[in-house]
Design a protein around this ligand. Structure first.
Ligand SMILES: Cc1cc2nc3c(=O)[nH]c(=O)nc-3n(C[C@H](O)[C@H](O)[C@H](O)COP(=O)(O)OP(=O)(O)OC[C@H]3O[C@@H](n4cnc5c(N)ncnc54)[C@H](O)[C@@H]3O)c2cc1C
Length: 333
């Protein structure tokens, strides 16, 4: 989560991007694609610098374009191109549906004593099957990498209203001042913390669309809605019990997160879906080889094509789907 400090071999610049460059690909870093539109039998892809203050635009022409901007990037771009810029107006109405969260919860425990250094070792080295549906991974961070604490909150069950949860939080801080300081302010958080990453393959869904909300500061942008019949619970079933037990056994303070436990909003690092697979554009955004319906030569290959919650960390499954997709593309004779 904070990057490897030990020269990890398995990073993109050393595997896929390295081989892509060896095979003749030109990699343009620090650019954001802002438009893709059909133009005389090809596609025109416009991109602009993403890190400098003064944006300079460039356009490339291509027979084939693969969208791989991750769920948040690909959905935002495609919704924009269909509904705002109208560059790809015939994208399926299914775009942005069936978005999933891996039924994920981020909880944890901060040890009250610092005699054990929980930050040493591999970040994730074990997985625990809590029940048929639920996998839990203890996660650690290198000493000094305590940024995640700004997402942390005391573990409060979400069966009461949001104002009541905030009151409980204040009550807890006043009655447990040392725990409060240890969990949220005192240095050495990464040294003492074990994050419990809870994932379920239970189905849940939401939808993305272009709209306005508090999160877009009421400007036009991508917003999320519930998908009827598929509620996403902020509190993952069983997760609070396990976290409390873990905290008890390690003399720790049980933690939840601000989004989940205080505001009742599901939180995920594993956002998936939004490009459903279907036989035609009424059924799905892409076909079984991830080619976009109604636009020959366009493909989507990233977390957006994941058709279900795997209930475990998803990046290798996304990679496998990408390898599968590439195996379907004919090589140049
Ligand atoms: C904190 C954290 C920890 C995680 N830990 C794990 C883990 O331990 N194991 C695991 O399996 N998974 C983990 N995941 C999930 C995993 O990282 C994602 O599921 C996976 O990276 C998604 O792959 P992707 O190819 O869909 O998108 P990404 O890997 O997100 O790649 C998309 C890329 O497109 C770029 N982009 C976006 N918009 C544009 C645009 N318009 N133009 C050009 N470029 C654009 C983005 O900057 C990004 O570089 C973690 C996720 C997070 C956030």
């Amino acid at each position: 989560m904070v990057g490897c400090r030990h020269n990890a071999k398995n990073t993109l610049p050393k595997n896929y991007l390295y081989f892509a460059e060896k095979n003749g690909a030109e990699i343009r870093a620090e650019v954001e694609v802002t438009d893709v539109r059909p133009s005389t039998g090809k596609y025109e892809v416009t991109h602009q610098t993403s890190t400098s203050l003064f944006k300079s635009k460039q356009t490339v022409r291509a027979n084939n374009v693969i969208f791989s901007a991750g769920v948040m990037g690909t959905m935002k771009l495609l919704l924009n191109l269909r509904d705002v810029k109208k560059s790809l107006p015939n994208l399926s109405g299914r775009l942005g549906t069936m978005v999933r969260t891996n039924s994920e919860g981020l909880l944890g425990s901060v040890a009250r004593k610092s005699d054990i250094n929980y930050s040493e070792g591999v970040s994730i080295s074990s997985i625990y099957n809590f029940d048929e549906m639920t996998r839990i991974e203890p996660v650690r961070y290198p000493d000094g990498s305590s940024l995640m604490r700004f997402l942390a909150a005391p573990l409060i069950d979400t069966d009461v209203s949001v104002p009541m949860r905030l009151l409980k939080f204040i009550g807890w801080a006043l009655t447990h001042p040392i725990d409060f300081l240890k969990a949220l302010f005192l240095p050495g958080w990464a040294h003492n913390v074990t994050i419990l990453l809870v994932m379920q393959h239970a189905d849940n869904r939401m939808r993305f669309r272009i709209g306005r909300s508090l999160f877009t500061l009421f400007r036009t942008g991508m917003v999320a809605d519930e998908e009827p019949g598929y509620e996403i619970n902020a509190q993952v079933k069983g997760s609070h019990e396990v976290t409390r037990e873990f905290a008890k056994r390690t003399n720790g303070v049980a933690l939840g997160s601000v989004g989940e436990n205080l505001l009742g909003m599901p939180t995920t690092a594993h956002i998936l879906g939004g490009a459903p697979i279907g036989k035609n554009a009424d059924d799905g955004l892409v076909d079984e080889n991830f080619a976009v319906h109604n636009y020959e030569g366009l493909y989507i290959i990233d977390g957006s094509i994941m058709p279900a919650n795997p209930g475990v960390n998803p990046s290798l499954t996304i990679t496998a789907l990408a390898e599968y997709a590439m195996s379907k593309v004919q090589s140049k004779k």
